[in-house]
Ligand binder design. Structure first.
Ligand code: FAD
Length: 456
């Protein structure tokens, strides 16, 4: 006999929405918790209800997929317990701690599917703490959600598909794009071609965006080195100083968006003691999305950065695993669909490998040789000099010790935005591979909580 306990999904992005859709098809009523005001996650983020822009305007080539997923999720709204504007800020085995419209509450679960997505991966540039300097995701959220630009002219620096996409979206929006500085080289891109060819349409879409920027007269620089963000004494940024390896130039800007691809949002899986894959900082799951911890499943970018389509197949695969573990029988058609999902997933993993090769992060040596006054942790104002000193004096080989000694990673973002730099600095100091550096340990609360949290 099938006995269903409480099933909770964290995240209403493509992975969480697909998980819920599949569970509802089998008559289950999961609880879906999401920090956002509307379902959709990052890529299919919905604007506030009052905004009346067309799907085509907001989502471009992804408009059809966005509409289908939104409509499908809206259709099951009454069949699930959907809780928007709610954050899971802590967790331990069998229990989640929520902060939402009903104040601070707890929720028990029998099966938990973590679909927590990703955030930007950023690295410091001297002067990047000046107002007007944002992450690529921040710039895109303002544009997608509110039809706002952070400044005009705006520049983009970093590496990864989001760099080109967000720059291109700003161009389409009519904003003056003053330049795109990609730190990856053309050689990196060419070397990744065999992997990128696994999804030729997607790869071609990226090439078209680069070409459109170039054709519109936007200065596009590969192999660029951002030297410093320049700013007025009273704060706002005035430009980006950059080098192409031969000469250094400065481009005037009112805003700068930066980012080097994405990082998985793994805080909850860490709190729930899901082990990581050996030598890789990502949660361990089997081919269906089950973690080694009883009752916990993962899907989407929160496990591995594979993109929105893979988040959807991953969500369906995790739901299939939950159903199988609950003893539900699947039809032949469902079994065939699951096999197709696994095949698609493998192909997307190959493509993601290509993206990682095409757009590598800045090397550890380059980061540790930035000027000593460079702020590494923007939340707690910790400089490279302070971090370098404890790494050297205390022989710190663990970014968690550096955090304890300097407060880097202890602020509002809880290491989401400085963790990768801290790991790179320890790598450069110790000569060890980044995969050998212990991961940033998550601590509850994983988000700041309002002081009045109990009074609401
Ligand atoms: C800022 C940003 C912009 C992006 N833009 C694009 C784009 O334009 N095109 C593209 O192809 N790809 C884009 N990506 C990548 C794309 O978002 C992902 O591939 C895809 O959305 C992954 O789906 P997901 O369901 O795994 O995660 P997401 O879509 O990120 O959804 C995760 C959801 O979980 C919620 N969540 C996370 N932690 C908690 C918690 N503790 N409590 C409650 N809720 C929680 C989040 O609020 C979010 O709604 C972007 C990524 C980022 C970070």
């Amino acid at each position: 006999m099938v006995t269903d306990g409480q099933i909770v999904i964290v995240g209403a992005g493509p992975a969480g929405m697909e998980t819920a859709l599949k569970l509802v098809k089998f008559g289950l009523q999961p609880i879906v918790i999401d920090a956002g005001a509307h379902s959709g996650g990052q890529i299919y983020r919905r604007p506030p209800v009052a905004h009346k822009r067309s799907y085509r305007t907001i989502y471009g080539a992804d408009a059809v997929k966005a509409r289908h997923l939104h409509d499908a999720f809206d259709a099951i709204r009454n069949a699930i317990d959907y809780r928007p504007n709610t954050r899971v800020w802590a967790a331990h085995a069998g229990e989640l701690f929520l902060d939402g419209p009903d104040g601070r509450t707890t929720l028990t679960y029998d099966k938990l599917i973590l679909c927590t997505g990703a955030t930007d991966r950023v690295f410091p540039i001297p002067g990047w703490e000046a107002p007007g300097c944002y992450s690529l995701g921040g710039a895109q959220i303002a544009l997608k959600s509110q039809a706002l630009t952070l400044g005009d002219p705006i520049g983009f620096v970093g590496a990864g598909p989001l760099l080109w996409l967000v720059a291109w979206q700003h161009l389409q929006f009519g904003v003056q794009v003053a330049g795109v500085w990609c730190t990856a080289t053309r050689r990196d891109l060419f070397r990744a071609l065999p992997w990128l060819a696994l999804r030729p349409r997607l790869a071609f879409r990226g090439v078209r965006q680069i070409f459109a920027l170039w054709h519109a007269g936007v200065p596009v620089q590969f192999g660029a080195h951002p030297v410093a963000v320049t700013a007025n004494a009273d704060g706002p940024i005035t430009g980006l100083r950059w080098s192409n390896g031969r000469k250094t130039s400065e481009t005037p800007l009112r805003a700068l968006a930066l980012g080097w691809h994405l990082r998985s949002e793994t805080q909850l899986s860490h709190l729930l003691e899901v082990p990581s894959v050996s030598g890789q900082h990502r949660p361990m799951i089997d081919s269906a999305g089950r973690s080694p911890v009883q009752g916990i499943y993962l899907a989407g970018d929160g496990v591995e950065i594979l993109g929105a389509d893979a988040a959807r197949t991953g969500g369906r695969m995790a739901a299939t695993a939950v159903l199988a573990d609950l003893g539900y029988q699947q039809t032949w058609l469902d079994k065939l669909k699951s096999i197709a999902d696994r095949a698609k997933h493998a192909q997307m993993r190959g493509f993601a490998k290509g993206l990682a090769r095409a757009f590598p992060p800045p090397c550890a040596k380059r980061l540790s040789s930035l000027p000593e006054t460079t702020i590494v942790c923007r939340c707690e104002n910790v400089t490279l000099a302070a971090i370098g000193a404890v790494a050297e004096n205390w022989k710190c080989q663990d970014i968690n010790r550096i955090k304890a000694l300097t407060r880097a990673g202890m602020g509002r973002c809880q290491g989401r935005y400085c963790g990768a730099t801290l790991a790179a600095i320890v790598t450069a100091e110790t000569g060890r591979a980044q995969s050998e550096i212990p991961e940033h340990r998550a601590q509850a609360p994983i988000y700041p909580l309002p002081f009045n949290v109990d009074d609401r």
